[in-house]
Ligand binder design. Structure first.
Ligand SMILES: *Cc1c(COP(=O)(O)O)cnc(C)c1O
Length: 393
């Protein structure tokens, strides 16, 4: 159902527990931090950051999210097929071959030029449907969005066409992801000017949005967004309890994903045996090791994880050498009594220890939101009650 392998439980060697109850609590806490009436659009691109777009999208809809956001048309269609009925905004403007899809699947399209508005309108009227449109404006990030100089022409083109409905105006602030306290402020000021121009032209849509997860913890940005008249936020990472920037978000967000596997073998490296493909990884002394069926094809972060640990029997076990494609070695020197079948935690809690997505991001140099993107072998299991009862998603 989620696109991952869902073999019988007994055949599962690596899995991600997805706590939908925590997802719901995170949404509630985010809402509490916003001014009343602000809409929350949940970003579920990239298979909901690896958490599974279908189950996560349906859960967010049950929790009353105002809309969902994906990167491309295919992701939007998959959500519709998974039974999601809430509005879905697609960030990438449709390709020429995709112009009919927003009308056919009731997806909200992003438009960044008059030409895009025209071809989308033609396709929508041919399909006999009205398509909701968000216009994205470029405030300085990677060339995404309509140039500010031509913005009111784009808004006017959308508003003048009966087959299109002007629903939103947005931008994305790259500076919010930097470490400077005023990161994103200049971009947001430019957005403010764009919003003002739209208002002056009588073309301001109901949904005005700029802030994403990293911006929500910055009073400079939240204050400015309120003054500009933003009516919505778009966030992904925060919903999953992932902190994109050190110290961002004063809210107590809970991690949604934990990742686990089982020891398949307990063995030992003899002095001189190597732990991976590098001669430099030779063991200086006899070293007891656990073999675990989780490699860099299961979690790409393992490719770059140096000095990492996982948890076995409630204790930290150092990763030995570089992980392989489908497995890794853990050093059991300080953990006696490990048996095949013992559970190992790669992300999450075991005993008194916890490994967070943010720890792994810091060690591997990846963005935190990349850490939860897992390989297709890792089965996702969903639980949705506070008591942690398994749900057959
Ligand atoms: C991915 C994305 C987001 C979500 O960012 P988070 O940091 O996960 O909240 C918001 N807006 C746009 C345009 C995006 O591409």
């Amino acid at each position: 159902m989620t696109g991952t392998r869902t073999g019988r439980r007994g055949s599962t060697t690596a899995w991600a527990d997805i706590d939908l109850h925590a997802l719901g609590r995170n949404l509630e806490r985010l809402r509490r931090g916003l001014s009343p009436g602000q809409a929350v659009l949940g970003v579920v691109k990239a298979d909901a950051y690896g958490h599974g777009a279908g189950p996560v999208g349906r859960a967010l809809q049950r929790f009353g999210i105002d809309g969902l956001v994906v990167a491309d048309m295919g992701e939007g269609i998959a959500l519709r097929r998974a039974g999601v009925t809430t509005p879905i905004l697609v960030i990438d403007p449709p390709l020429p071959s995709q112009l009919r899809l927003p009308a056919l699947h009731r997806l909200d399209a992003t438009v960044t030029s008059v030409a895009e508005a025209c071809v989308l309108a033609t396709a929508a009227s041919r399909a006999g449907r009205t398509v909701d449109v968000h216009v994205r404006v470029n405030t300085g990030f990677a060339g995404f969005g309509a140039p500010r100089a031509g913005l009111t022409d784009v808004l006017a083109a959308v508003a003048a066409t009966p087959a299109l409905r002007l629903e939103g105006l947005y931008t994305h602030l790259s500076g919010a992801y930097g470490s400077h306290e005023d990161g994103g402020v200049a971009e947001l000021e430019r957005f403010g000017e764009a919003v003002e121009a739209a208002r002056a032209a009588g073309l301001l849509p109901p949904l005005v949005h700029a802030l994403s997860s990293a911006a929500l913890g910055r009073p400079l940005l939240t204050g400015a967004a309120a003054r500009i008249g933003c009516t919505a936020v778009r966030c992904g990472a925060a919903l999953f309890g992932i902190r994109m920037v050190d110290g961002d978000l004063p809210l107590p967000l809970a991690p949604v994903m934990s990742v686990k596997t089982r020891v398949t073998r307990v063995t030992a490296l003899e002095p001189g045996d190597v732990a991976d493909y590098a001669a430099a990884s030779a063991a200086p002394r006899r070293t007891p090791v656990a073999v675990l069926p989780f490699g860099f094809s299961d979690g790409h972060h393992l490719h770059r994880l140096a000095g990492g640990v996982l948890l076995i029997r409630g204790r930290p076990a150092p990763v030995l050498g570089r992980p392989f494609m489908s497995g890794l070695l853990a050093d059991l020197t300080d953990i006696p009594g490990v048996q095949p079948g013992d559970e190992a935690v790669l992300i999450g809690r075991q005993g008194d220890h916890r490994i967070t997505v943010e720890d792994i991001a810091a060690r591997s140099g990846l963005r935190p939101s990349a850490v939860t993107l897992l390989g297709s072998r890792v089965v996702r299991r969903y639980r949705s009650s506070a008591a942690g009862k398994d749900q057959p998603e």
